[in-house]
Ligand binder design. Structure first.
Ligand code: MN
Length: 421
């Protein structure tokens, strides 16, 4: 799985890429961007720049088999070409961006990222949100069901629900506080949500997998994953606690969901693989694969930070609300894919999975304010002198994900940001 594209010593003639905390030449995440006064097309992040793959194709620098798929306002066509095409482009770009001889030809296809608009990476057909963060499931369970925090099914199958793709937006899109039914002193009323929360999740982009009625064997399931990003599943807890019985989340979660714009590939994450979550209960056969157990997990340090109107006015830096880690996911991406398809549900290119909120066992590792403030009962102190139970207007939440390992260049999933209007 490791090759010369992962070499820590590999440098790019794009100077800003060398030592770049997010997008060194070893990362090369895919996305969709518009250059100044241009239409959306496929690009790759490199340092402070975006490389225009449509322009590279027109210049004859990419294989003709992928050219057409790069001149689109979404990654779907490229996803349909499978993991082979994705690897081919990665290898080609790694050469083009490291060999000085290619500089003249490639420079024309580079834009300063700060001048570009980043879009949703794919046309999302279906969106499913899971509940794979076991410490979140246990902590939330403890708040609402002290005697049975973790439901007995949790260790046997990945819990999830079908969400809405219509309200998924790219990082940076303003967040409008929803109104809905909440329980007041005299019973249910229709009101603006007073318990607006975030959820720290990872995004899993599906590259297409199976036809209706067929399944995805666990040993092939990782191949259906086209890439990874960050996802904020904004949640209105007061709406949620009234509406969720008995069918689960509905309007409390479908008003907006923010994703990071860059899709980090399985190839870029290859050095950062780890074993699946250690467990007492062996998963059923259709969810069990030796290779997946040995290396289906991934090592990504996660962070949630907050700025408020006051903290920005006073020039204070973003305040880190919590840190967490992808190792707290009880199910691997392959297990989520295999389970989702196990009854014959087709997974299509551009489908999106949220992992579920990723919290750690410690208090400072909570991936939501529901946990950090124990559903509003224990306010969180901020360096600005303010406190928070839930989010207030003007608050901005940023999710970050960083991979670090000795002997390899650090890479990042980028940022997932949203400010409440
Ligand atoms: Mn969620």
């Amino acid at each position: 799985m490791l090759d010369k594209t992962h070499d820590q010593a590999l440098l790019s003639w794009v100077d800003s890429a060398n030592g770049h905390p997010q997008f060194p030449i070893q990362n090369l995440p895919f996305g969709v961007f518009s250059p100044p006064s241009g239409v959306p097309r496929v690009g790759v992040a490199i340092g402070d720049a975006v490389l225009d793959l449509a322009a590279l194709s027109r210049a004859g620098l990419l294989d003709t088999s992928v050219s057409e798929a790069c001149d689109r306002p979404e990654l779907n066509a490229l996803m349909l070409l499978g993991s082979g095409a994705r690897r081919l482009i990665r290898e080609k770009l790694s050469s083009l961006l490291s060999e000085r001889g290619a500089r003249m030809a490639v420079s024309d296809a580079l834009y300063l990222a700060a001048d570009c608009t980043l879009h949703l990476p794919a046309r999302i057909g279906d969106y499913t949100d899971f509940y794979a963060g076991i410490h979140h499931a246990r902590a939330v369970g403890k708040i609402f069901r002290p005697d049975e925090p973790l439901m007995p099914n949790y260790v046997h199958l990945p819990i999830g629900y079908h969400g809405r793709s219509s309200s998924i937006v790219a990082s940076g899109t303003p967040v409008k506080r929803p109104s809905g039914q909440v329980v007041g002193e005299q019973g249910p009323i229709f009101s603006s949500s007073a318990k607006l929360d975030y959820e720290l999740e990872m995004a899993i982009w599906i590259g297409g997998a199976n036809d209706r009625g067929s399944t995805v064997p666990i040993r092939d399931a990782q191949n259906a994953v086209w890439g990874y990003g960050l996802l904020n599943d904004w949640s209105a807890r007061d709406i949620q606690s009234w509406e969720y019985r008995p069918l689960g989340p509905f309007l409390s979660k479908n008003f907006i969901t923010t994703v990071s714009p860059w899709v980090t590939t399985p190839e870029a994450l290859a050095p950062f693989r780890r074993p699946a979550f250690p467990r007492d209960t062996r998963p059923m056969d259709y969810l069990f694969d030796d290779a997946d157990q040995a290396g289906g997990g991934v090592d990504i340090s996660l962070e949630v930070s907050l700025s408020t109107t006051r903290s920005r006015d006073e020039g204070l830096p973003d305040f880190v609300l919590s840190v967490s880690h992808s190792r707290y996911l009880y199910w691997t991406a392959a297990q989520l894919v295999a389970h989702h398809a196990s009854g014959g549900c087709p997974l299509r290119a551009g489908d999106l999975f949220g992992t579920g909120t990723i919290s750690g066992p410690a208090k400072h590792e909570a991936g939501s304010l529901l946990e950090l403030s124990t559903d509003g009962r224990v306010p969180v102190d901020l360096p600005s002198g303010e406190t928070r139970t839930y989010l207030q207007d003007g608050d901005e939440i940023t999710l970050r994900g960083i991979c670090k390992k000795d002997g390899f260049a650090s890479i990042s999933l980028g940022e997932c940001r949203g400010r409440i209007e």
